[in-house]
Design a protein around this ligand. Structure first.
Ligand SMILES: Cc1cc2nc3c(=O)[nH]c(=O)nc-3n(C[C@H](O)[C@H](O)[C@H](O)COP(=O)(O)O)c2cc1C
Length: 201
């Protein structure tokens, strides 16, 4: 009888341990928010901002996927050829350049940050190509754009490409053109801080 009781208490202790750890895991998972940072970048300014945003969110215990929008056909190096092609695309409302396939479902994330340089006062069309293929409805979507002084309609172009999303604070960051590997991260750091607070509300 004593033996049976001992076995029973060992079994109960084991069960408590198992269920205890399952509960702890559940709690842990509930705390980990998933963020997607997706960006287009030609001369690296936007890439650097995206990477910094990833660093800040990761430090805040977010699980972050960082993805780059890559056009199927590479754009020319910075210079007249690029400027002319980008201008042609900017003036063509129907232009939607193809991009390399990406395994993304926006609905899987709690937070989505989308970044791009400004091209001819607008969002580059390849960014719209990507956005129009996703379902952002009900999702918290925030934008970060880099530019050399004339952000134009870039953010509203992107907003129009994901109408049913939940918008909030976006940032536009002044950068060198072309990028020289030096960007100021202060705005990005305080932006991510604000987003984190907003997500906790
Ligand atoms: C084709 C082209 C068009 C641009 N048009 C604008 C513009 O309209 N307004 C602006 O402020 N900056 C403009 N820029 C500057 C870029 O937006 C800026 O340098 C940006 O940070 C580049 O980002 P990236 O390094 O991630 O490609 C343009 C740059 C290029 C290459």
């Amino acid at each position: 009888m004593i033996n049976i009781l001992k076995k029973l208490s060992t079994l109960l202790a084991g069960l408590a341990l198992i269920f205890g750890s399952v509960d702890a895991k559940k709690y842990e998972n509930a705390e980990t928010k998933k963020a997607l940072i997706v960006y287009f970048s030609h001369t690296r300014n936007t890439k650097l901002i995206a990477e910094r945003a990833q660093k800040e969110l990761t430090a805040a215990n977010y699980q972050v996927d960082l993805q780059r929008i890559e056009p199927t056909k590479n754009y020319p190096e910075y210079g007249d050829k690029l400027r002319n092609l980008a201008l042609k695309e900017a003036n063509d409302d129907n232009c939607r350049p193809k991009f390399k396939s990406m395994n993304i479902n926006a609905q899987n994330y709690d937070l989505i940050l989308i970044g791009t340089p400004v091209w001819w006062y607008k969002a580059p069309k390849v960014v719209l190509s990507f956005m129009e293929k996703q379902d952002f409805s009900g999702k918290k979507v925030r934008f970060f754009i880099t530019h050399a002084g004339g952000p134009g309609t870039c953010i509203s172009d992107m907003k129009s490409a994901c109408k049913a999303a939940n918008f909030g604070k976006n940032i536009d960051i002044y950068c060198n053109s072309p990028g020289n590997g030096k960007v100021d991260y202060n705005e990005t750091i305080s932006w991510i801080k604000k987003i984190k607070e907003e997500m906790e509300d």
